[in-house]
Write a protein that binds this ligand. Structure first.
Ligand code: ZN
Length: 161
């Protein structure tokens, strides 16, 4: 299969059907691992059963949001909420930063508006600029919010896939 170098087009997804990882990858011209990665970045499957299935409308919303968040980085003090489809302030001003490498890591917070988990990549030495006035809980291990390390995420102009 020839993989597209272009950004996957959300419009190749039909809203009212369900997609397995393989089907989504084929429809969008991406590798299956990309689809698996999206799941870790907030794309929710229909339920916990196997094989994992995604609703077309969720898949499309996720991709549209992802494209949008690449175009507009979040303002300081906010993270991109997948559900609100807007940059939001963290609930209770609580933000976690978990290291992924020596100096970079992921910020995790709950949306102050709807409670959905939000993510943003940030360098450790930039935390005061990215989250001014907020108390950021630093940890070198798993996040206290969801118990597992989170790979790179939404609101950060990420270039790689
Ligand atoms: Zn929200």
């Amino acid at each position: 299969m020839k993989l597209s170098r272009q950004r996957p087009n959300p419009r190749s997804i039909k809203l009212h059907r369900t997609y397995s990882v393989e089907e989504a990858a084929r429809a969008l011209g991406v590798h299956k691992n990309s689809v698996r990665g999206w799941r870790q970045r907030g794309l929710k499957p229909i339920d916990d059963s196997r094989p994992v299935l995604f609703l077309g409308s969720d898949l499309r919303a996720f991709l549209e949001q992802r494209n949008a968040s690449r175009k507009r980085p979040c303002r300081p003090g906010t993270l991109y909420c997948f559900r609100c489809r807007e940059a939001r302030a963290p609930a209770l001003g609580m933000v976690d930063w978990t290291s992924t490498k020596a100096r970079t890591g992921n910020l995790t917070a709950l949306c102050g508006t709807c409670g959905t988990e939000m993510h943003r990549r940030a360098r450790r030495d930039a935390l005061a600029v990215v989250m001014p006035g907020l108390q950021v809980q630093i940890s070198e291990g798993p996040s206290r919010l969801n118990g597992e390390p989170i790979p790179s995420l939404n609101c950060d102009m990420a270039k790689k896939d």
